[in-house]
Design a protein around this ligand. Structure first.
Ligand SMILES: NC(=O)c1ccc[n+]([C@@H]2O[C@H](COP(=O)([O-])OP(=O)(O)OC[C@H]3O[C@@H](n4cnc5c(N)ncnc54)[C@H](O)[C@@H]3O)[C@@H](O)[C@H]2O)c1
Length: 357
């Protein structure tokens, strides 16, 4: 008789807060294809379930879920079944956050956030969703054993103020001039400190504006940065609230998703004491973006909608306070991807969101 010892194969649960939104659903899609992430041991581990935790779910997340209920099995690269669950809940509710993170072998991508325009309008809600919500998550993870990995979606809105240079990097002082940016900057610092204390293993990606957001415009003051591509490529007119020589730092959604994964998987020994990384981006003028859009529209046989100049002094005033370029050299040195060219991002967008319909 041969007595064997059954060695459990390590696997993990992934929780994506804000998984009902744009980047969360794209990240879930990528993880379903990939099927693994680096575990606390430093070795790749199979993902057995993905939970999208959100206050509301957009069509992208709903498309990911199977017609039968809210659970859609996917298959990872190792052929394993991965359960995908849409879990409704509010980051401001500590019990709901606890319920989502019910295992020690968990990795969390924290993307839930009110956007910039909403935070300026609703200060108290912004503190509850972004600050209290972030703190709930950190405390929940602190109480799990195994030092879970956490990736946080921060923003270049953490920069600002009179002394801000045009090109911002990880050594640039963060003096945010919006409530949204303030909440992001505080959470970055808390993640550094919780990591220093050994409560969890956190990392923050400071995102430039991500293009091209599908669907409808949102309440972000940067909404036009996707709209100037999305609307004309959909044959619709686009109302441009900023001037055409306005420069802006942009990155494609696929690069952001790959950056989240690479940051998650990075060896903690390489992170040092500042675990927040600004992502590299393209500095493009609006006019250059429109030219790239027209070139790609021609390649795909699309007659683009018109871009109409409708200056909005309130939006322009906010945009004037933003950096126009990022120095992502520290992120690149860690192994995060270099940003794809703008025309390539537009081709991805058409293939992923427009031509599939
Ligand atoms: N898209 C960009 O250009 C950009 C740029 C910089 C930073 N970011 C950050 O990246 C993350 C993802 O961005 P996105 O474009 O996918 O945004 P999104 O608005 O599409 O998704 C955010 C999700 O968070 C959810 N949410 C908000 N408050 C919540 C709460 N209290 N409880 C639970 N869920 C809540 C929303 O319902 C939404 O589905 C956000 O944290 C955002 O601040 C995005």
């Amino acid at each position: 008789m041969c007595l064997g010892v059954i060695v459990p194969i390590p696997s993990m649960k992934v929780v994506i807060t804000g998984g009902g939104g744009f980047l969360g659903s794209q990240l879930a899609k990528r993880l379903l294809e990939r099927g693994s992430l680096v575990g606390p041991s430093g070795e790749p581990e199979a993902v057995d379930s993905i939970v999208l935790f959100d206050a509301s779910f957009g069509p992208l997340a709903e498309e990911l879920a199977a017609a039968a209920g809210s659970t859609a099995p996917g298959t990872g690269q190792q052929g394993q079944t991965i359960d995908l669950t849409l879990l409704g809940g509010d980051m401001g509710d500590r019990d709901a956050v606890d319920a989502a993170i019910d295992r020690d072998d968990v990795a969390v991508f924290h993307l839930a956030s009110m956007v910039s325009g909403e935070c300026e309008e609703r200060f108290d809600d912004a503190l509850r969703a972004n600050l209290d919500g972030g703190r709930h998550l950190l405390e929940t993870l602190r109480r799990r054993s195994g030092r879970p990995r956490l990736v946080f979606a921060s923003s270049v809105a953490t920069y600002g103020g009179d002394d801000m240079p045009d090109r911002v990097g990880d050594a640039t002082k963060r003096t945010p001039q919006t409530t949204y940016g303030m909440t992001k900057a505080i959470l970055e610092l808390m993640i550094n400190d919780y990591s220093r204390k050994g409560f969890l293993d956190g990392r923050s990606a400071r995102l430039p504006t991500v293009i091209v957001r599908p669907g409808k415009p949102n309440a972000a003051a940067s909404s036009w940065a996707s709209g100037m591509f999305r609307e004309p490529l959909g044959g619709q007119p686009c109302r441009l609230p900023v001037h055409r020589d306005q420069c802006h730092p942009v990155i494609g959604y696929r690069d952001v998703v790959e950056s989240f994964v690479a940051l998650h998987d990075a060896d903690p020994a390489r992170l040092g004491d500042d675990r927040a990384y600004v992502l590299p981006s393209h500095r493009i003028a609006v006019a250059e973006g429109i030219a790239a859009m027209e070139q790609v529209a021609a390649e795909f046989g699309i007659l683009p909608g018109l871009v109409l100049d409708e200056p909005d002094p309130a939006i322009q005033a906010i945009v004037d306070t933003w950096p126009t370029a990022t120095d992502g050299s520290r992120a690149l040195a860690l192994g995060l991807p270099a940003p794809r060219p703008v025309a390539e991002i537009l081709r991805d967008y058409l293939r992923d969101f427009v031509l599939e319909d």
